[in-house]
Design a protein around this ligand. Structure first.
Ligand SMILES: Cc1cc2nc3c(=O)[nH]c(=O)nc-3n(C[C@H](O)[C@H](O)[C@H](O)COP(=O)(O)OP(=O)(O)OC[C@H]3O[C@@H](n4cnc5c(N)ncnc54)[C@H](O)[C@@H]3O)c2cc1C
Length: 304
């Protein structure tokens, strides 16, 4: 194909769904994914809040189902990492290591990555360490949890965790919260929540899953171990936008700004899912964005 109608970057739920819609609309579409298709869903053990699966579904199975549906409709997936974009001409170019791919329209669905603590938590992913209370909170009924962070997300999500856990320790590196006052009031009034101030998490131990979380007081330097079954980390997320070097407008955090059609400031370039500026990052919102963007891209190409 010398020039595609549409190129999609990223095969998480957003990119796969956009690909499904575009392939079904018989667009010449290519999806480029640097890893295994599925995105963050692949690191999600069990999903209970995606409609249509009342018993829940494993992240792997859901990713496979979406991928198979898209491939069945004719979607072409290429394994490669996008290194850059050239959006200066009417034809857009997606830059890979070995070649450039020309396209009339582009959907950026490269997702986001939760900021890590960098204290060895990766080996406990899905085994006590989580970045998503909505997703994983119900697995910790009557358990003790450590939550890390002091912003709105950390407090809101910790409050949600108290519906399930018997105790939630919130570890925060300062002696006051950044979160909205109303959230602070709710957290202070909740007797399941206990704050560990001026402290950071420096390690985790456990045989199969998290059993102890090491906490260090940044003022005194004292370290202690908290008996806990899980650790939820909310110290922010980072958009996967290394390949976008000022090509489209973003907010201060680097998340891509779009209009109601999911279009960026560059006509014919769309952004969907976790990589865009959005109040909620879930599979359901990612696939909703994707449907809008795919139809918007189709209309854009038709009107060229
Ligand atoms: C532990 C965990 C549990 C979760 N549980 C749930 C849940 O139960 N329910 C729920 O609704 N949501 C859950 N979420 C959130 C949900 O996974 C995300 O909202 C969703 O995956 C976002 O989809 P996306 O397609 O926008 O991005 P992603 O899933 O992040 O996919 C982006 C894709 O783009 C690819 N990519 C990135 N950069 C490049 C590049 N330069 N070139 C090529 N490819 C690239 C990545 O490899 C990735 O495959 C969970 C998230 C986490 C981390």
């Amino acid at each position: 194909m010398s020039e595609y109608d549409l190129v999609i970057i990223g095969a998480g739920p957003a990119g796969l769904t956009a690909g499904l819609y575009a392939a079904r609309a018989r667009m010449n579409v290519l999806l480029i994914e640097k890893a295994v298709p599925g995105g963050q869903v692949l690191i999600t053990d069990w999903i209970e809040n995606y409609p249509g699966f009342p018993e829940g579904i494993s992240g792997f199975d859901l990713a496979e189902k979406i991928k198979e549906q898209a491939l069945g409709l004719g979607l072409e997936i290429e394994t490669a990492e996008v290194k850059g974009l050239d959006l200066s001409g009417k034809t857009k170019e997606v830059i890979l290591k070995e070649k450039r791919i020309k396209t009339k329209s582009l959907i950026i669905a490269s997702g986001a990555s939760p900021k890590r603590l960098g204290v060895g938590e990766d080996k406990f992913m899905g085994k006590g360490v989580s970045f998503c209370a909505t997703c994983d909170g119900p697995f910790f009924k009557e358990k003790v949890l450590v939550a890390v962070g002091g912003g709105d997300t950390a407090i809101q999500e910790s409050l949600f965790l108290t519906r399930f856990a018997k105790k939630v320790y919130i570890v925060h590196r300062r002696d006051e919260l950044r979160a909205a006052k109303i959230l602070q009031e709710r957290a202070f009034a909740n007797d399941k929540i206990e704050f560990i101030w001026d402290s950071v998490v420096t390690g985790m131990d456990g045989f199969f899953s998290v059993e102890k979380v090491t906490v260090k007081n940044v003022k005194t330097g004292d370290e202690s171990k908290v008996d806990a079954n899980g650790c939820f980390i909310w110290i922010g997320i980072l958009p996967n936008t290394e390949f976008i070097k000022g090509d489209v407008n973003t907010d201060e955090g680097g998340f891509i700004l779009v209009d109601t059609k999911m279009q960026t400031n560059v006509p014919g370039v769309f952004a969907i899912g976790d990589v865009r500026d959005t109040p909620l990052r879930q599979i359901a919102t990612a696939v909703g964005d994707a449907a809008i963007a795919a139809v918007s891209a189709e209309h854009y190409v038709e009107n060229l």
